[in-house]
Design a protein around this ligand. Structure first.
Ligand SMILES: [Zn+2]
Length: 60
């Protein structure tokens, strides 16, 4: 089965791939590390949060 690596967006395969859904160990480690360090679990993109904060500052 062909899949798209969530990190580098390249086509890869699930067969004989212990790192699926990633294409390689490198992509898996980088992506998991990014989740842990930058908090991808936050649903609002950082840019949007910054804009909201600026609006609040102007009102005050
Ligand atoms: Zn990849």
């Amino acid at each position: 089965m062909d899949i798209i690596c969530p990190h580098c967006k390249k086509c890869t395969r699930t067969e004989n791939n212990p790192f699926r859904p990633f294409c390689s160990e490198r992509c898996k480690l980088i992506d998991l590390g990014t989740w842990a360090e930058e908090g991808y679990s936050v649903p609002v993109p950082p840019d949007s949060v910054d804009e909201e904060d600026l609006d609040v500052d102007k009102r005050i």
